[in-house]
Ligand binder design. Structure first.
Ligand SMILES: *Cc1c(COP(=O)(O)O)cnc(C)c1O
Length: 367
């Protein structure tokens, strides 16, 4: 049998970046300074420039970035936040930590992103304190349309860009549209560290300052706590140095991901498999997700051929036991439910060879 094709393979990624990463790690090792130093400061500048925003604040992970970013926007105990239920429970986790409540918005069947008509309805009827838009699978939402709805009601929009580093619309990058935005640098993300990492980006000096305080106990200066709700959520020097080494490669990796996704969409032809549309720069193909009538049968067939697949995500937020256990009403999100039962993720990462992509396509088509 031919070699296996994993749904992701970080060993290949490690080999492709080894020299640059090794140099960075050795620089930090010999510096004698390991948390919040020159590397973090330099990465924050470089990543803010990359996103085209004024400010970037490194934090410990992407979920903290959502939590601290929202807190800096004024979200807290009793706040209500409109968000989707198909994005892996990360935002909902952050809201629980804030004591805030999710108001779930259904998603669009084709883009799998927040449904604009339902958002409009939720904004008008539930009067949320903020909206979190997740650029799921690497597809930057139509932010002009989202902002038109939210701005009219005076509701701030927060972007979860954990899957969308470098996605662009009209020359503007993910993270530069909302009042603030979060990134994760978990190793599998389009820009990944060698462990956990995250960041909040924003155009507002005031929001950036608040996140800077919140990530370090709420300190406004050393040992003087001025900001409530702070804790320890720092990005360390090693991760920042690794991210600096990888950032120059990000656009190239994103192009390769998009090329693979484009081939899948053009060349997969199966009456029971629906592919996403072919996209331009607004899609950085973090995950390539098809919908399939008979998902488990397709997955089993691909597994027999040595091709692993995954499901992102099988349990939508509104059906997570930790929420339903409270016994409240379960939100009606028909498209979210339908997608959770039919989506599957095919291998899509920069180090995949053309030949491997061809093999995935022919095995799907032969199902
Ligand atoms: C990975 C991810 C997060 C959380 O990032 P962590 O660094 O793992 O905390 C948040 N939102 C989305 C959409 C993600 O994919």
């Amino acid at each position: 049998m031919a070699d296996r094709i994993a749904v992701n393979d970080l060993r290949r990624h490690a080999i492709s970046t080894e020299t640059a990463v090794r140099t960075s790690v050795e620089r930090v090792l010999s510096s004698g300074w390991y948390v919040l130093g020159q590397e973090v400061e330099a990465f924050e500048r470089e990543f803010a420039d990359y996103c085209g925003v004024g400010h970037c604040v490194g934090v410990a992970n992407g979920t903290d970035a959502i939590e601290l970013g929202l807190r800096a926007l004024g979200v807290g105990r009793g706040s209500r936040v409109a968000t989707v239920a198909n994005a892996g429970f990360y935002t909902t986790t952050a809201l629980a930590a804030l004591g805030a409540e999710p108001v779930f918005v259904d998603v669009d069947r084709d883009t799998k992103l927040m449904d604009l008509a339902h958002l409009k309805q939720v904004v008008e009827q539930a009067a949320p304190d903020a909206v979190v838009v997740t650029h799921l699978f690497g597809l930057l939402h139509d932010m002009d349309a989202v902002l038109a709805i939210a701005d009219q009601a005076g509701v701030p929009v927060f972007e979860d860009c954990a899957q969308a580093h470098g996605a662009r619309r009209g020359g503007r990058a993910a993270g530069s549209f909302g009042a603030a935005a979060s990134f994760s640098f978990y190793p599998t993300k389009n820009l990944g560290a060698l462990g956990d990492g995250g960041a909040v980006v924003t155009g507002s000096a005031d929001v950036a300052l608040r996140v800077r305080r919140l990530r370090q106990y709420g300190w406004e200066s050393r040992y003087r706590t001025g900001e409530g709700g702070g804790r320890n959520s720092r990005l360390d020097e090693m991760q920042a140095a690794v991210l600096r080494a990888k950032l120059p490669f990000l656009d190239g990796w994103n192009r390769r991901r998009r090329d693979i996704a484009t081939r899948y969409t053009r060349e997969i032809r199966h009456p029971r498999v629906d592919r996403p549309a072919v996209h331009g720069e607004e899609y950085v193909a973090h995950l390539y997700v098809v919908t399939c009538d008979g998902r488990e049968a397709l997955r089993a067939r691909l597994a027999e051929a040595g091709i692993t697949t995954d499901v992102h995500y099988p349990v939508p937020d509104h059906r997570q036991p930790v929420l339903t256990g409270a016994g409240g009403p379960v939100a009606a999100l028909p498209v979210t439910d339908e997608l959770a039962a039919s989506i599957t993720t095919l291998p899509c990462y920069p180090e995949l060879s053309d030949e491997e992509v061809t093999r995935v396509i022919s095995h799907v088509n032969a199902w």
